[in-house]
Design a protein around this ligand. Sequence first.
Ligand code: BGC
Length: 618
Amino acid sequence: MNTVQAPIPDTTPLTGINADEALWYKDAVIYQVNVKSFLDSNDDGIGDFKGLTLKLEYIRDLGVNTIWLMPFYPSPLKDDGYDIADYQNVHPQFGTLDDFRTMLREAHRLGLKVVTELIINHTSDQHPWFQAARNAPAGSPQRDFYVWSDTDQKYLDTRIIFTDTETSNWTWDPVAKAYYWHRFFSHQPDLNFDNPQVIKAVLKIMNFWLDMGVDGFRLDAIPYLVEREGTNNENLRETHAVIKKLRAAIDASYKNRFLLAEANQWPEDVREYFGDGDECNMAYHFPLMPRIYMAIAQEDRYPIIEIIQQTPDIPESCQWAIFLRNHDELTLEMVTSKERDYMYTTYASDLQARINLGIRRRLAPLMENNLDRIKLMNSLLLSMPGSPILYYGDEIGMGDNFFIGDRNGVRTPMQWSPDRNAGFSRADPQRLYLPPIMDAVYGYLSTNVEAQSRDPSSLLSWTKRLLAVRKTTQAFGRGTRRFLRPGNRKILAYLREFGEDTILCVANLSRSAQPVELNLAAYKGRVPVEMLGRTAFPPIGELPYLLTISAYGFYWFRLATDAAIPSWHEQIVSVDERPVLVLFDGWMSLFRERVVPWRIGIAEKTRAQFETDTLPRH
Ligand code: BGC
């Protein structure tokens, strides 16, 4: 594995204020929403754009600044919309193009950016392109939109991704009388990116949405665009050439837009999706995610440090996208088989919770609903290098239901209130696209936005506070990262630095209180100010800085140069430990015999006695 960390120069350096606007995604906090799951405005049991528009203020108030929308295009919905039948429209279940425009306008008005899905590796087999292709003669331009073969014995070095449902990447089409290639479900034929007409068609789709004002695209399943015999058909040079074309087309005509690569690959392979700053602006850090779960289960920081060290530097203008959970299974493709076994035993002892190479569970149940662990995970998400993505519902600790097939158990209706259907829809409960979570712990009667909004100590209120604190510095989004190496490996400690700001993050990955001594000699004299409570801690001195952290606790400190040292730190004796002079008969009694000098404390007298005794008598 490549561990060389040489900084990569950007071919197109950006400077000044415009540069900052163009780099907005470096400060992004992204909220992932499924339109169908958020709010149903017309009581048909399925969420829609009008419903989402009504809830944009909720999203804004959460403290995020970007929304990522899962696919909403016309589709047979056999893969939840990742099987597109028409790229330039809205599925009637979710509303109309006008509803989309209204939502987009309103989001922008509220200061929210909107990122949509560009799913170009494959289409639905219902897409008119595929229908035309299978009916067109072999070798014709229409047939050439997809990847065909007379045999299913080509590209045999290619892995199967949906191992639970597919046995081959080829499927026989009786109409075309040929096999077609698909990396995912057999109803999702792969487009042929060796055909320039396909690239032209994709550019047209991109322009359609960019012209409307969409701020960026998530490039779904991007490593698999091009196939070559003798390779594993992932991350090929030819695939990168296609992405460069898409990026150049965006840069030529639009400002401040971005591409996010969904490349579930090892860090050094994902690195290639940034190119020289001329491919994707962002890419998910897939391998980091399971290692955060491993670190907290093993109570050892090693898995996190190891994967970050294996992560090459990326161009200045680029950014990682980091996440804890999303709409898919918690993928275990980018771990070793030993690590996978560990993850399965720890987090999915119930075999039903497993799917493909992953675990279909949400964050709260994975953390066994331990609020301290959930908070710790979120604190890592919001302070590690990259732009964090929050999955809808995780901000209130929603549960899952892995009995309902595929990955649907983590795609259930948003839980707004204890009302019928979780306040998501007024439809007959039987019409809902999926049943809401109803168990006693995570069910909507106990876990919902309404209740948590009224409770200042709820997960929702806490999440808002943490997001607000994150916003006070750009160090989390843009800063450098340096790990500290305290002897106690149950503690993960790192510094994030940007401009004047130095942030120290310290996390206790274990289930019991832990002490830690941090070598902060380079910051001698600075005053650590805990960011959530704004409490000043004693200044950093000569000795290692000693902290104790409660089970699963964490601190974010600003290492301030301008904060006052806590006054109590300087005093030798604290105020309530000073001797108390008790006067029995007004201050004049000070000069009489009955004075009890230097009685310690007032506890030996009742308050009434004390007050009477100390009131001056005339
Ligand atoms: C999406 C999945 C989808 C697959 C096929 C993935 O990257 O996240 O939900 O099933 O692409 O389109």
